[in-house]
Design a protein around this ligand. Structure first.
Ligand code: ADP
Ligand code: ADP
Length: 228
């Protein structure tokens, strides 16, 4: 599903965010990315959803060689990858329904399909009753559910989550985790960067620890491994 071969990323200011990453992530895996701030976790994920390109090395996502991707092929890769963020990033003037529908309009899905699929996915995340609410009328947990619905509406093979519980209280965080587990169970690969020690230690999954741009630990059912 995702393969990195000696991946390096150096930003234009000279900072070496990733230094020789080798990793293989299979379909159906749930992977936590842990490590100190500035270790390279976001960069790792940005390469996967093609927000950034590697400076060196080979990266395959879903069979596509991401580094060599032609500009016009980028949308094909992006539609196979859903992304969620700590700060939700919903469009503030659109309702929950419209935020999710927008992700389908972008890939030019037929109107009929959008009308059927959006309520279905909002139901899956438990927000069907609130589909006409604006983000400002929703709690943080509800906004993150909308963001998750938007990320999975096109049935992506991979869901990338950059600290998805970072702005949520513990109880809401567990609810979001249950939802992510359900999505993973349905066959979507999940890669989640997190500083949430309780979650990593209680919902045991593969843990990849990154420090200063290199993988320092990779365990099938690892623990968080840091004090905070
Ligand atoms: P993490 O997500 O683990 O906090 P990042 O991937 O955000 O780490 O950052 C890794 C390193 O790359 C840091 O030193 C950071 O300052 C640097 N970096 C990240 N994004 C950029 C950018 N757009 N331009 C320059 N340097 C960056
Ligand atoms: P830009 O050229 O302005 O970066 P993009 O289309 O690359 O526009 O991204 C717009 C926003 O959507 C960015 O915040 C980016 O991180 C995010 N994004 C990119 N790809 C995806 C995706 N597959 N799913 C969800 N969000 C994405």
């Amino acid at each position: 599903m995702i393969e990195m071969q000696d991946i390096w990323k150096t930003y234009t200011n000279g900072s070496h965010a990733l230094r020789g990453i080798n990793v293989l992530i299979d379909k159906d895996e749930f992977v936590y990315l842990v490590g100190p701030s500035g270790a390279g976790k976001s960069t790792f994920m940005k390469l996967i959803y093609r927000e950034e390109v590697p400076t060196k090395g080979q990266l395959f996502v879903n069979g596509f060689n991401i580094g060599k991707l032609k500009q016009r092929k980028i949308p094909y890769v992006r539609r196979n990858i859903g992304v969620i963020f700590q700060d939700f990033r919903l469009l503030p003037k659109l309702t929950a329904y419209e935020n999710v529908a927008f992700a389908m309009e972008v890939i030019e899905a037929p109107k009929k399909v959008i009308k059927r699929r959006v309520p279905e996915v909002l139901e899956l995340v438990g927000l069907k009753q609130k589909m006409n609410c604006l983000p400002s009328q929703l709690s943080g947990g509800e906004q993150q559910r909308v963001a998750i619905a938007r990320a999975i509406v096109n049935n992506p093979a991979v869901l990338v989550a950059d600290e998805p519980t970072g702005n949520l209280d513990p109880e809401t965080s567990w609810e979001i985790m249950k939802l992510l587990e359900e999505i993973n169970y349905r066959g979507t690969t999940i890669i989640m960067a997190t500083h949430n020690k309780d979650i990593v230690n209680r919902i045991r999954r593969r843990v990849i620890a990154i420090e200063e741009g290199t993988i320092v630990r990779d365990e099938a059912r690892g623990d968080y491994g840091y004090d905070t």
